[in-house]
Write a protein that binds this ligand. Structure first.
Ligand SMILES: C[S@@+](CC[C@H](N)C(=O)[O-])C[C@H]1O[C@@H](n2cnc3c(N)ncnc32)[C@H](O)[C@@H]1O
Length: 177
């Protein structure tokens, strides 16, 4: 299956809209956050592909959410306020190098044409030694495919968590850039 085009992904989430996104996915995503959060260090975190900002209230107060979809970000504004949000592309991040202590990206990379760029950009904006926690759908990737994908950034994969009752694989990666 070829990866979805970025403009199509953006349109799809804009058409869905933030309110409906929350109705459909809040419960499922919340189950993942507990496991993602457990691996993050303290400090300013980038929520890369933050959607409607469901995870942001649990993160350090200086954290930032970035997303491609203006409609999902509109919903996020009501949740966490405008100053914590940026519209942009995960594969071309509008941030200076090493400004984040951590990065979390929950159920995003299955949307990307080339996750290699995502890892390159993520490792650029996270400080050396910082943690990246990345999750994606078990129904899109087998565990081996997911593990291989995590290796493409040239960083050290610490663990790939296989919590049974959630729908995502979760990788914990140390930034050794
Ligand atoms: C399944 S949703 C997950 C949203 C959020 N992480 C959560 O836990 O609810 C996937 C998100 O990835 C975003 N996304 C997809 N491609 C992106 C890209 N290239 N750059 C930034 N965000 C992207 C979508 O707009 C959508 O908000």
């Amino acid at each position: 299956m070829s990866p979805p085009r970025k403009s199509r992904v953006k349109d799809r989430y804009n058409e869905l809209g933030g309110e409906l996104y929350d109705v459909r996915y809040t419960e499922e995503q919340m189950e993942k956050y507990e496991h993602v959060f457990a691996h993050l260090d303290r400090g300013k975190t980038l929520d890369n592909g933050c959607g409607t900002g469901l995870f942001l209230p649990y993160l350090d107060e200086h954290s930032v959410g970035l997303d491609l979809s203006s409609e999902l970000l509109r919903q996020a504004r009501g949740r966490v306020g405008k100053r914590h949000l940026v519209q942009g592309d995960s594969e071309n991040l509008p941030f200076r190098a090493f400004v984040f202590a951590n990065m979390a990206s929950v159920t995003v990379i299955q949307n990307l044409p080339d996750p290699k760029h995502f890892f390159g950009e993520s490792s650029r904006v996270v400080k050396n030694g910082g943690v990246l926690v990345v999750s994606s759908h078990k129904r899109v990737y087998s565990k081996d495919e997911f593990k291989r994908l995590m290796g493409t950034g040239g960083m050290s994969v610490i663990i790939v968590s296989t919590v049974e009752n959630i729908n995502d694989w979760i990788a914990v990666i140390r930034n050794t850039r």
